[in-house]
Design a protein around this ligand. Structure first.
Ligand code: HEC
Length: 121
């Protein structure tokens, strides 16, 4: 419950900056990955940059909660599911289980396809 509350603050805090909504999503309405993109924009964009979701993280690079820029990290379906369940790879900063069940699977499929576009591989 605490993490849900904390997230609400992240989202509300960013409202003015990013809209915390579905603008800027680069995945077509009819694409099956669209749902994951929308969930990412709603739940993950406060901390992670990922162009395909219109996500710009926080503007403050020195904030500890700032997650890795996912344009620059290649992720697999399983690494994303792991990060969601464990709370990042270290388990220290990112809240666990921000999305669960089929929502987590949708987000992971979306991240696996779109993360790492600037990773150079
Ligand atoms: C409160 C900020 C925050 C939110 C919200 C957040 N993350 Fe994170 N995330 C982090 C931080 C910080 C790290 C890096 C530290 C770590 O790995 O423990 C991280 C790490 C990750 C990693 C591992 C990246 C790598 O290659 O090292 C993935 C994948 C990830 N997050 C995906 C997500 C997804 C998907 C969501 C939404 C369901 C999400 N994150 C929401 C802060 C956040």
């Amino acid at each position: 419950m605490r993490s849900v509350l904390a997230l609400t603050f992240v989202c509300v805090g960013l409202l003015g900056l990013t809209g915390c909504g579905s603008q800027g999503i680069q995945v077509a309405e009819e694409d099956p990955l669209r749902k994951g993109a929308v969930l990412f924009a709603e739940r993950c964009a406060g901390c992670h940059t990922l162009d395909a979701a219109g996500a710009e993280g926080t503007s403050n690079r020195s904030t500890r909660a700032m997650g890795p820029n996912l344009n620059q990290r290649k992720e697999t379906y399983f690494s994303t599911i792991y990060a969601i369940r464990n709370g990042g790879f270290s388990g220290a900063i990112m809240p666990q289980n921000i999305v669960v069940g089929s929502d987590a699977e949708d987000v992971a499929r979306f991240v696996a396809k779109y993360a790492g576009k600037d990773a150079g591989n």
